[in-house]
Write a protein of this length. Sequence first.
Length: 386
Amino acid sequence: MKEEGKKNNNVPNLRFPEFKEEWVRTRLGDIAVFKKGKGISKNDISIEGKTDCIRYGELYTYYDEVIEDVISTTNLNPDNLILSEENDIIIPSSGESSIEIAKASCVQKSGVALGGDLNIIKTNSYGNFLAYYLNNKKKNNIGRIAQGSSVVHLYAKQLSKLNIALPTINEQYKIGSFLNLIEKRIKAQIKIIENLESLMKGLGKKIFSQKLRFHNVDGNRCNDWKKVKLEDVLEIGSGRDYKHLKEGNIPVFGTGGFMTSVEGFLYEGESVGIGRKGTIDKPVFLKGKFWTVDTLFYTHSFKQVFPKFIYYLFLQINWKKYNEATGVPSLSKSTIEKIKIKTPCLAEQTKILKFLSSFDEKIKSEKYLLQQYKKQKQYLLQNMFI
C-alpha cells in the first residue's frame, strides 16, 4: 500500500500499488436500484424462527458495515417478506437524527428478511466496499440529504442523487476485503479482552470467598481471614469543588472518571475512589496527587491493608445493595464504614495483588492494542476513499 504523491482528486490518498486507474465519478442511482423492506415487528421475532431477519433498529445496536451472521429470526411466511440477495446494502429510512440515519451495512447472505424502514440498495458494485464508503466518507453527505426534524427520513429518491466515486471492481474487492479483515481483527481483540475480564472477575470471586488461597514462603497456608468493618482498616475522605483552582497538571476525578486538571491536590498517595452520588458501583484506583469532586469519596489512612487490595475487594462488593436513595443512587460515609469484610495477612495480600495485577497489566496491554487497531481502521477509512 502506498500514499499518492501528487494531488489528484480522482484517486485516494492511499491505495494498493497495483492499481493505477482513476476513480470514476457518478451518482449512486446510476449504479444501483432501490427497494424497501417490509414490516417485521418486535413481536414477530422468535428465538426458534426459521427465517433470518434484520430490523432497522438493529443496524444501530448490533451490526457494522458487513453483516455475515444475523442475530434475529422469525416464523413469518417468507412469501410475505422482502428477502435479501447476497451483496445487498441496507440503510435505515427513518431515524432520530440525520447523522444517525447514515448507517450502511452490506448483507452477505441471501434469504434474510429485511424489515420495514430499511432502504435496500442493489448493485453490481462490491457491497462491502460500498458499505464502508457510504458509512464513512459519505456519512455527512447522506446526513445532509435526509429530511425531517424530530423524525428524520431518508428516501431512495435522495439517495439516488448522491455523488460517489468508484474504482474498478477489482480495487473495490481489495479495499472492501481488507477493511473487513481489519474489522474482524478488532472484534477478535474485543473478545480477547472480554474473556480476560471475565476470567479475572471469576478468579476474583474465588479469591475473596477464600475458595482460592495462596501459601506463604514456607508452603503453608496463611492464617484465616479476619472479619472487620471497613472503618477498622481505612478512612473515607470527601471530594470537594475544584472550580476555585487554577489550571494545572493534577487530575480531577468524578464518578465518570477523569474530568480536568488543576494546580492543587486533595490527596497524595494510593487510594480507592467510590461514588457518593450517581455511579456508585464503579470503584477506581487512584495514585499520586489527585483531586476528587464532591460526588466521589476517596479512601486513605489504611491499616493492615494495601490500597490496591481494597480496590480489588471493592470490585466484589454489590454497592447497589447499599444505595440509600430512591432516585439518583447515593452512598454515605457511615454506610460504607459499617460494611463488613474479610482481610488476609499482608503476606497473602501481596500474593493476591501480584496475581490480579498481572491480569490488569495484560488487559491494559490488550486494550492498548485494540486502540491501535481502531486508529489504523480510522486512518484507512479517511484515506482510502475519495
